[in-house]
Design a protein around this ligand. Structure first.
Ligand code: NI
Length: 222
């Protein structure tokens, strides 16, 4: 009897070791890394971030920053995150929108990493966006964003990319780019009456705002 129990215990132990072996990260595979998100008022968020040396993009340090940004953005259900929001004072951000519970009305954006990004306005057309930010807890507000922009920068393979964004999604890129210049959405709010909590937005403003977003998406395709 004792032998059987001992055998069962040994088998269970072998099984656990086998499972641990399966889940062990492969050599070179990054562990998930969710970093602390700095909050408004932190000096790193308020400062202009520095350019990244393009020759250093393939370094383990910069690649690690990118992995940490993606993990932290996804963990917090962010639509995007800038490097200085996790304490890295360099010009780099990620953007991704799927089925996002924080922003259910946002049109999808595939995962994009941009290093040393540049944004140019393609027209004077603007729209009013209601924004939130992972660095501004429980606060939303209305800011004016350009509707048609040209975005360029380097991806994580060091390739230069450029593309145009039109419509509601243009605001997301401008929001992330602003972070790298030390600008958070509250700095752009013109009407302080538009500040509201997330629960008040959901209860009193989201339905009307989602309608306006749908109209923009119908008109501009994103
Ligand atoms: Ni933000």
């Amino acid at each position: 009897m004792l032998f059987v129990l001992l055998q069962i215990a040994l088998d269970a132990c072998a099984m656990q070791n086998a499972i641990a072996a399966i889940h062990k990260p492969l050599p070179g595979e990054q562990q998930m890394s969710v970093r602390e998100i700095l909050q408004i008022g932190h000096p790193v968020l308020a400062a202009r971030a520095q350019e990244i040396d393009i020759a250093a993009i393939d370094s383990p340090e910069v690649q690690g920053w990118i992995d940490d940004l993606i993990d932290t953005m996804r963990d917090a259900n962010g639509a995007g995150i800038a490097a200085n929001q996790i304490g890295i004072p360099y010009r780099l951000f990620t953007v991704e929108v799927g089925d996002n519970p924080r922003y259910p009305y946002k049109p999808p954006i595939p995962l994009t990493i941009l290093i040393n990004p540049v944004i140019a306005f393609l027209s004077d057309k603007t729209f009013e966006a209601n924004e939130g930010c992972l660095s501004v807890p429980d606060m939303r507000g209305t800011v004016t964003r350009h509707l048609e922009i040209a975005v360029s920068g380097y991806d994580r393979d060091g390739q230069h990319r450029s593309f145009n964004v039109r419509g509601y999604s243009a605001g997301t890129w401008q929001h992330e780019h602003d972070h790298l210049d030390g600008i958070l959405f509250p700095h752009r709010v013109k009407d302080p009456q538009s500040f509201c909590s997330w629960s008040a937005f959901a209860e009193f403003h989201q339905a009307e705002f989602a309608d306006r977003v749908r109209q923009l998406v119908d008109t501009w395709g994103s």
